[in-house]
Ligand binder design. Sequence first.
Ligand code: FE
Length: 200
Amino acid sequence: MSGGTLSRDTIIPFIADIFRRRGAESYLGEAVTMSEHMLQGAFFATRDGASDELVAAALLHDIGHYTNEFGEDYIEQGIDNLHDEAGARVLEGFFPQVVVACVRLHVAAKRYLCTTDPTYFDKLSPASVATLKLQGGPMSRIEVAEFQKNTFHQEAVRVRLWDEAGKVPGMKTPPFDYYAPLLQRVVDRHMAGKGVRASH
Ligand code: FE
């Protein structure tokens, strides 16, 4: 199955399969794997009483690292390492705007927090400090004002803090399958709102 043939009924099994096959890959120099990182993000979101949508965003925020799984429709040569935008693009056919926005903005939210929250920089892991430079460094005042115009910028900041928290070596969380019904609910609610029927 490739991204071009995905439907409301197959998107979550498709993502589950990516987690299963590729979740053990390393996460950019962090001491956790990709799936540990994303599952820990979802765990902290749940612990903080987040909505289904924000738990979904925390769980899927780095899905853009896997966009080659979704087929060539979703990647243009050379841009697939811009994982924030790539992730948003693979999700936007199925997930509501708040989820897509949080994924799209999760790197910008890091740059935003570096400027606006004096305690935030110290929470960054060494690997995240290293990528900050490549991502443009802390936001300027003008960029901060632009960022705040995004409807879901506060949600994106929350997801970013769960992203930062989800780097605990060896921490156990529920597996992906625990969150699959939540993800399906989020997709179903969104697609029902758009008039797309489920076949299940
Ligand atoms: Fe992350």
